[in-house]
Ligand binder design. Structure first.
Ligand SMILES: N[C@@H](CCC(=O)N[C@@H](CS)C(=O)NCC(=O)O)C(=O)O
Length: 209
């Protein structure tokens, strides 16, 4: 919505204590939802595609082959998020090491997709931010915070993903997609989940929570 300069309001909810109004309208009890004139849309990709159809500028490629290709890589996000998430959310050093062994196979696929693109960055399709960027950015953003603590630097062997991440994370549309206290909230969630990563959190106020 920021990429399209749409006016909107955001309501954040506590996922550990979901309000009734939210449960009443969210089919899976999950965020995000988009409320458009009293109708509720759910699922990130469905929401992103809806917005792309109704609000210019179109972020999806016009060329049907490119569009299908983009859609296919967006469909790969859950697998990508799972391997990166497994590193950050592991509960022990052994679990994390296993996650580190699993990640490169999946990361190599995105690295290759970036290498094979017709245009160089900064974004997935080249100069213009697209829905693939929007889909991967949140997971790369969280992974960077994890890596700041664990210093595994898994992305060092994937230079295209690494610079794609740099480009996304320095873009206002990505930066402003999370609230100001995002890092603090994210670290607190790592502590609540009793993750191995949380033992590296230096902020004593957070660690004491
Ligand atoms: N496939 C869904 C996944 C949504 C999802 O997993 N949302 C998480 C937060 S990122 C959530 O609401 N979790 C709360 C819960 O499952 O109770 C989408 O892309 O919108």
């Amino acid at each position: 919505m920021r990429a399209k300069k749409v006016q909107f309001d955001v309501t954040y909810i506590n996922l550990l204590d979901k309000p009734k109004w939210f449960l009443d309208i969210s089919p899976h009890g999950k965020v995000p939802l988009l409320m458009v004139e009293n109708r509720v849309l759910f699922e990130s990709n469905a929401i992103a595609e809806y917005l792309d159809e109704v609000v210019p500028p179109q972020l999806h490629p016009v060329d049907p082959i490119k569009k299908a290709h983009n859609r296919a890589w967006t469909d790969f996000v859950p697998e990508f998020a799972k391997v990166l998430g497994a590193i950050g959310y592991s509960k022990s050093l052994d679990e994390m090491n296993e996650a580190l062994l699993n990640a490169p196979k999946v990361l190599a696929k995105i690295e290759e997709a970036l290498i094979n693109q017709d245009e160089d960055g900064p974004f997935f399709n080249g100069k213009k931010l697209c829905l693939v960027d929007a889909a991967y950015a949140p997971f790369l953003q969280r992974y960077r915070l994890i890596d700041k603590m664990l210093n595994n630097n898994v992305l060092k062997n994937f230079p295209h993903i690494n610079s794609w991440t740099d480009n996304l994370l320095s873009d206002e549309r990505v930066i402003l997609a999370v609230p100001d206290n995002f890092e603090e909230e994210f670290l607190a969630s790592l502590i609540r989940r009793k993750t191995y990563a949380s033992s590296f959190i230096k902020d004593s106020n957070l660690a004491a929570e």
